[in-house]
Design a binder for this molecule. Structure first.
Ligand SMILES: Cc1cc2nc3c(=O)[nH]c(=O)nc-3n(C[C@H](O)[C@H](O)[C@H](O)COP(=O)(O)OP(=O)(O)OC[C@H]3O[C@@H](n4cnc5c(N)ncnc54)[C@H](O)[C@@H]3O)c2cc1C
Ligand SMILES: NC(=O)c1ccc[n+]([C@@H]2O[C@H](COP(=O)([O-])OP(=O)(O)OC[C@H]3O[C@@H](n4cnc5c(N)ncnc54)[C@H](O)[C@@H]3O)[C@@H](O)[C@H]2O)c1
Length: 461
């Protein structure tokens, strides 16, 4: 039994930086990874998808360039090259992270699957089949999630894709049927439409991006439909069938009516499930909720003292920046003896459709539900000088403000550089800068953010 000060399980966006920092702080640390160093963000999430979003944007711009007076007579999508570029960027990031960890003094990097055998005791089933037993007073779980696969008749008999396996494609599917109309479904759906696939999106809720305000869902749908993406809401697949060598037939219910859709590929994008089943959590007294997510307090400590869960595996918002922030909270509390908790942090996020949807704070629906005294400022991108100049006026900016204090409570920016504009508003929120000040702020012309003047001019005092 090897004794460490800290065991980190999973090399995701919390585990990898945490392990290095703990070792640098003088704690003998081991990080255990069963698959690829860097976890989801680097290998199957943000890095590969945003690399493909860039290729898809290039295809979109090539098709649109005539509008800007630069006709591109003929262009093609070279999927093997697009995949190779993505693989190279992923590999650089994966290997870079792994080498940096391996070079860190006081840190052991072990490849294998970790399983609890007791309180603070872990066995690793190594890649060569051998076992390694280890123990530590502090254990950090950063085991992440995997795509959730719903039980639908015939789904397991077809070769469906998920957000990981779709990244292996080196060709463009003829007709991609996407289950799920949120982050993964919309980002991949738009991407593959731009690569040349016919795309149909099935969303079980009454609208896509269903957690956002209704005007966001409606505008997003208009944007996608303008690219000839078929969006079906109140829609669910009930059965899949495929005869050898022929197309997949999906039986779907749309608004209660049954119909058949023939497609060449199916992408399942209906959420993600935690990787906790095989961890042996019961051996260590670590509790989960009914969906298997690890229960933590606001300091990210689990029901077992000295065992922490970070990132997606603890449930709640599943974003790289949240996982990374989890690491800083845990590290600063343990090593720097601070008293940080998860309640005090903002929750920004950005959906990387084109245009992006940048979001921070509360939505209009939430303000209404909470009975707040609020006002809504709204500005169509068609009124934004930079958007007109760039020839892309899709979307709008929207901010929810407190009527009395004039503070910004939340914002949604669906438009070009929506994530960056949202971040400007996030900084104003964090700094307590009120909307009446932003209205007269001097911003460089003609930036998108300059239009925050006009956004808040739209409010009557
Ligand atoms: C397609 C896609 C696109 C995304 N795009 C974005 C985006 O643009 N922006 C954003 O903020 N977020 C995005 N996300 C979400 C983001 O990737 C995750 O929230 C983020 O990676 C956090 O992951 P994590 O740190 O919780 O763990 P992960 O990165 O999932 O790492 C967990 C690691 O633990 C390992 N592991 C699991 N069990 C064991 C075990 N028993 N023993 C050893 N190792 C184990 C796994 O192999 C894995 O490497 C995207 C996700 C997907 C799927
Ligand atoms: N840009 C980003 O930050 C980004 C990008 C991709 C993924 N992610 C993260 O990954 C997580 C997973 O993304 P996701 O899009 O798979 O999950 P999600 O939970 O965000 O959305 C799943 C969607 O599928 C719908 N759905 C559920 N069951 C369905 C069914 N049987 N048929 C049709 N629709 C169904 C849901 O109503 C929902 O709209 C997200 O929570 C997000 O945090 C983030």
């Amino acid at each position: 039994m090897k004794k460490y000060d800290a065991i980190v399980i999973g090399s995701g966006q919390a585990g990898a930086p945490l392990a290095k920092k703990l070792a640098a702080a003088g704690m003998k640390t081991v990080i255990i990874e069963k698959r690829f160093y860097g976890g989801t963000c680097v290998n199957d999430g943000c890095t590969p998808t945003k690399t493909w979003v860039a290729s898809a944007k290039a295809a979109y711009m090539a098709g649109k360039s005539a509008e800007l007076g630069v006709p591109v007579k003929k262009f093609s999508v070279n999927m093997p090259k697009i995949k190779k570029r993505k693989d190279e960027i992923v590999m650089r990031s994966r290997i870079g992270g792994q080498h940096a960890a391996e070079k860190t003094k006081g840190l052991d990097v072990v490849f294998g699957e970790a399983v609890f055998t007791g309180e603070k005791a872990v066995t690793v089933i190594l890649k060569n089949g051998k076992k390694a037993n280890m123990q530590a007073d502090l254990v950090f779980l950063n085991t992440g999630c995997l795509p959730l696969i719903p039980e639908i008749e015939g789904l397991n008999e077809i070769q469906y894709l998920n957000s990981t396996t779709i990244l292996d494609l080196d060709y463009v599917p003829e007709h991609l049927l996407v289950l799920g109309g949120n982050y993964i479904g919309l980002e991949f759906g738009q991407m593959f439409r731009r690569f040349g696939s016919k795309v149909t999106i099935l969303e079980k809720s009454a609208r896509i991006v269903a957690k956002e305000d209704e005007d966001i869902s409606a505008e997003m749908q208009t944007i996608l439909e303008a690219e000839s993406i078929k969006v079906l809401t109140n829609a669910q697949a009930t059965k899949f069938k495929q005869k050898p060598g022929s197309k997949i037939t999906a039986t779907v219910t749309v608004n209660g009516e049954e119909k058949k859709i023939k497609c060449s590929h199916v992408l399942v994008a209906v959420g993600r499930a935690p990787q906790t089943k095989t961890l042996g959590l019961d051996k260590a007294g670590i509790k989960t909720d009914d969906r298997g997510f690890i229960t933590v307090n606001t300091k990210l400590e689990t029901s077992a003292k000295g065992v922490y869960a970070l990132g997606d595996v603890k449930g709640g918002p599943a974003f790289t920046h949240i996982s990374y922030n989890d690491y800083t909270i845990v590290y600063r509390n343990i090593v720097e003896k601070q008293k940080l908790n998860t309640n005090d942090r903002p929750l920004p996020y950005c959906m990387f459709t084109d245009p992006q949807l940048g979001r921070i704070g509360i939505s209009e629906a939430e303000a209404k539900k909470q009975g707040l005294d609020y006002k809504v400022a709204k500005l169509p991108m068609a009124h934004v000088a930079r958007a007109i100049e760039n020839g892309d006026t899709r979307g709008f900016m929207k901010a929810i403000v407190d009527t009395k204090t004039k503070k910004i409570l939340g914002a949604a920016v669906l438009g070009p550089e929506g994530g960056e504009i949202m971040t400007v508003l996030q900084m104003a929120m964090e700094g307590g800068i009120t909307y009446d000040r932003i209205r007269y702020c001097v911003f460089a012309h003609p930036l998108y953010s300059e239009s925050l003047n006009n956004l808040f001019m739209s409010l009557e005092d």
